[in-house]
Design a protein around this ligand. Sequence first.
Ligand code: KDG
Length: 335
Amino acid sequence: MKKIVNALAIALALAGLSASVQAADYKPRIIRFGYGLAEDSNQGRAVKFFADDLAKRTGGKMKAKGFANASLGSDTQMQNALIGGAQEMMVGSTATLVGIVKDFGVYDLPFLFNNEKEADAVLDGPFGQKLIGKLQDKGLVGLVYWENGFRNLTNTKHPVAKLEDLQGIKLRVMQNPVYIDMFNSFGANAVPLPFSELFTALETKTVDGQENPVNTIQSSKFYEVQKYLSLTKHVYSPWIVLVSKKWWDGLSADEKKAIQESAAASRDFERKDSREAATKAVDFLKQKGMQVTVVSDAELGRMREKAKPAFDKFASEGGADLIKELQGEIAKVRK
Ligand code: KDG
């Protein structure tokens, strides 16, 4: 008897769900969701999670299809495709958004966040949402932040344990003035390149090194072309999930709600997945032959000092209040 009651309850629940899905206004849609990392990466896994979640939520009507390895273009190319309405969704670095909304560059200043808890609170709180709001009149809708992670240095020349070890290293950086200024102030030769060109640039020794979170160093197989890893955690790097506003404005309220709910669920999944993966990544990279250097707090303090001109330049170019506001939000979480 109990089994029959349970089966009936499940059937009614499913009937209720399918009724609500049928009642909702979802049109059959294919959503092109582009990203720069490999399919088997924290970024790729979260795109798949989003697609599966949205399909479930809409009875299979709204189908997001992930396009990995920058197959739809680099971050900036995809941003332009979304603005023009030629592509529906993407996830990429906030650092590559500075050509559209300069304020996103504040996240690239070094040694801002001490840990993920601070980052989550500020990005998901009023400060992070205010920056997202600035995208609307540029033709983009920002949904949520995902975690790229704390960035670390790799190179082929020698271990980097102190600032002097960076002298003359040709270091690929994201196409962003704060990264260029910061690494030049450290004594490296900063070489801005799109992520999609990075592996080849390392393989052909066009550049000696790069900086990325350990998850990316693993999933993009940089260990095949890089010998030395220095754990600096010099910047906390967010990703941002973006939608074409041209496309977004044509969606029903139900479709927007479903996308927003799936985006929030994917954010929680991605952060958990990325943090779990990061705990295993350093051992994996050691097994692949990378020599790992933990940079001392004293040396990180010297880097922080050296990076001051990058802070001052960002402040002098209109970012002073933004820096103060961000540091105030971090202080609220930190105490
Ligand atoms: O599409 C690649 C982006 O996600 C970018 O953020 C990866 O951190 C990255 C980098 O170094 O370009």
